[in-house]
Design a protein around this ligand. Structure first.
Ligand code: CMC
Length: 442
């Protein structure tokens, strides 16, 4: 930092509804807003106008970027609520489409509302026939996430009648279309990569069974989705449905703040999710368990994960927000056992490695002191592989499930009267003004 104009004794004194920020000895009053739960926020939106200074918060670790009523996380307590409902209750007792309704409309649906919602989703699962041609433009070995980014972005070219963001009816249709079509798009990306024919959606199947059918059935024989596996798939979708203002959700909101159409915004979210620091960790956790291979190797990997000169980290452990057990990991662990039991894979060696690794790490002073607990990705890789998905599909499944969260957050933003285009500022440390010199004189 080249200039630090703010004196070191600058302080924030907070009372119930305002804070006084003292900069260079001069006090500035900032409003403080309390949420329904969780930390309150200091409104610094007029800071620049009043003081000529910006705040500096790379990675936004202390910045609330918006007001939201959708998802609440208490990382210290290991709590995740969607519209007030704990994630474990939604996953144990609800369905993914109920969670979708809840995220989109704010309350759990009545039976008739749920029936109607399911019908509307089912009605929108097919893709425009022309999109089949679009798929054929990709190389067969394209990563399915590359296909997802391209195909979802292309939806705006196929569904012109739902791109007017100022029309609430069009916003709703675009939302339902994306939630409905995402399993079809994802399954087609998978089928294309393995050279099998696309499978049409089946209206007689529920959301998750239909997805498994589109992924795993072939014309040569009958396929009946196993109800235990369909339920597990549904629960995995619930666990990934939303997670507050994470990187991909913030990407969707930022893209949407310019007035971009919803399909383009969700494609931007998928692009962000693709990164290994966000959606790719479940694949890395599975690779790590495979690399460890057997229980007797665990102490060596625990030792390496604590060695600062070794880049190795325990994948599926630790979280930026959760400094306690990730509540999604508890459900995922249970789901993992259910899937392996249903498939008669109870003795799966990777599961034994995972269980023992978790036990040892949770008794280890290093992990206790740094509050490193298993996160959702620790057991999801084993589970998804057992369900039959290759690792390249793991992030695709995450994108499929997270689509509803992105859409709910995008809608909330569009409906917020205080919404403005997102436009962060910067601390400039480049060259100061200088004159252009023609190339022959440089
Ligand atoms: N194994 C060993 N040490 C770790 C680990 C780990 N998995 N995670 C953090 N640490 C240590 C780290 O070395 C640091 O030690 P020190 O204070 O001595 O320098 C301390 O714990 C704090 O780590 P950090 O990197 O400053 O924490 P962060 O909040 O920036 O990173 C994280 C969070 C998730 C990126 C990190 O814990 C990590 O790399 N975990 C493994 C990857 C993983 O499982 N990611 C999936 C996250 S869940 C997905 C989702 O919710 O979308």
């Amino acid at each position: 930092m080249t200039t630090a104009e703010t004196s070191t004794n600058d302080t924030i004194n907070q009372d119930s509804d305002k804070s006084t920020l003292i900069i260079e000895g001069k006090p500035y009053e900032m409003p403080v807003y309390g949420g329904s739960i969780g930390p309150s926020v200091i409104d610094i939106s007029r800071l620049y106008g009043q003081t000529g200074k910006f705040t500096y918060d790379p990675g936004f670790t202390s910045t609330a970027s918006c007001e939201s009523k959708i998802t609440y996380i208490d990382g210290d307590e290991g709590v995740l609520l969607h519209r007030g409902y704990p994630i474990d209750q939604l996953a144990d007792q609800g369905t993914f489409l109920e969670t979708c309704y809840l995220l989109l409309y704010g309350d759990l649906p009545q039976k008739s509302q749920l029936d109607d919602f399911e019908k509307r989703i089912t009605y929108h699962t097919m893709l425009h026939e022309q999109m089949h041609t679009f798929y054929r433009g990709f190389r067969r070995d394209a990563h399915p996430m590359a296909i997802m980014v391209g195909v979802v972005g292309a939806l705006s070219a196929f569904y012109h009648d739902s791109t007017d963001i100022n029309d609430p009816v069009q916003r709703d249709i675009a939302s339902l279309r994306m939630i409905a079509k995402m399993p079809t798009i994802a399954a087609m990306a998978y089928k294309y990569s393995i050279g099998q024919p696309f499978v049409s959606p089946q209206n007689s199947l529920d959301y998750s069974a239909n997805f498994l059918n589109m992924c795993f059935s072939v014309p040569a024989e009958d396929y009946k989705p196993n109800p235990v596996l369909s339920r597990a798939m549904d629960r995995i979708f619930i666990l990934h449905a939303d997670h507050e203002q994470n990187a991909s959700t913030s990407t969707v909101r930022l893209a949407g703040s310019s007035g971009a159409n919803p399909f383009a915004c969700i494609a931007a979210g998928i692009a962000c999710l693709w990164g290994p620091a966000h959606g790719g960790a479940n694949e890395a956790a599975l690779q790590m368990l495979e690399e460890i291979g057997s229980v007797d190797q665990i102490p060596e990997y625990i030792r390496r994960s604590k060695d600062k000169s070794d880049p190795f980290r325990l994948m599926g452990f630790g979280h930026r927000v959760y400094k306690n057990y990730d509540p999604r990991a508890t459900v995922m662990q249970k789901t993992c056992h259910e899937v392996l039991d249903a498939l008669d894979l109870k003795d799966e060696p990777l599961l034994q490695v995972a269980i023992e690794l978790e036990r040892i790490a949770r008794e280890d002073e290093y992990f206790i002191e740094k509050k490193l607990y298993p996160n959702i990705d620790f057991y999801s890789g084993i589970t998804l592989r057992a369900l039959g998905f290759p690792p390249e599909m793991f992030t695709v499944l995450f994108a499929l499930a997270r689509t509803v969260g992105w859409i709910a957050q995008w809608r909330e933003m569009i409906e917020d009267p205080s919404q403005r285009i997102g436009r962060p500022r910067q601390l400039y440390t480049g060259p100061t003004s200088r004159d252009f010199i023609p190339v022959d004189q440089r």
